[in-house]
Design a protein around this ligand. Sequence first.
Ligand code: SF4
Length: 355
Amino acid sequence: MVTKNTKVRAVGLLSGGLDSTLATRLMLDQGIEVFAVNFTSPFCTCTPKSAGCPAVVTAISQLGDIPLKRIRMGSDYLEIVKKPKFGYGAGMNPCIDCRILKIKKAGEYMHKIGASFLFTGEVLGQRPMSQHRRAVDIINRESGLKDYILRPLSAAHFEPTVPEQKGWVDRSRLLGISGRSRKPQILLASRNNITDYPCPAGGCLLTVKNFAERMRDYFAFTDHPSLKDVELLKVGRHFRLQNHDKVIVARDEMEGQRLESLHGKDDHLLVPFDFAGPTVYLCGSGIQAAAEKMVHFTKQALDENHRDIHRCGRESKTVRLHGLLSGQAGISQKLIVNPAPPSPKPFPPEGERTG
Ligand code: SF4
């Protein structure tokens, strides 16, 4: 509730990118009391599990002391990725559904803290999937917060929202930026001493071709997707066998350790014992195929006396490779993804930052 003597409170979606930082700056300059919300997800490329988004910390340091709430999107988000109402972008990125979920969650926070509206850094026409006019209309409608969502950088292109109609925000001081060029934002940033902001590309693994392929394969073989499995999708070389088993081969020691830390009770893990080779993770029962992969990706010559550690559930035993390789008849395998070692960039142009 806004009275004459109270400051108007608003919730801002702050990704840490340039646009949301500028939108927040514009609101602060109008005397709005801003409460920032930052979303992270299992698909953020720059945010290790449980860590906060580093870009948002930089943004806040340039904006002043504003409260920040972090929201990590979890299982509900995974359901949306599996079956988005409004489809995917070029990868497995359900940007419209993702924005709707974020706005809804920000709206809940808005009600909780007694804020009067929320705002975002969206720029009309900047992102190919979620920022064209039809997408913005869908997001407004489906979030149920239509007239309470202000987009300060593009406000002139939209009908006045409630905060503008009520005079909480001066519409004449809002902007009319649109399109893909970022020159107006860069100029505005330099005028406001905002010098440190991340590159606009990147941020979301769902837009990355190789990862999108893995997600598609995963959903095709999984009825109940889990966040733990998403972590597995980020590690190693992935193979889907003809019997539907999944084999993951670590590409280096760090990935081997990651696979060990993700090892679930129903899965198998093969770790080289007396030779230098890759750790192999198996979801399924095809131990022989997993052992074959381990041998295939080992650079040194192996003989049947070499041993590896085979873990399944709580059991762990050291076995000779011979024992693993001579079990079943050969299982033919199909390579689904065999990417080069990951690099943080580049991302396709349709990628959008998280937030
Ligand atoms: S690119 Fe951005 S909007 Fe699209 S799904 Fe990923 S985080 Fe959500």
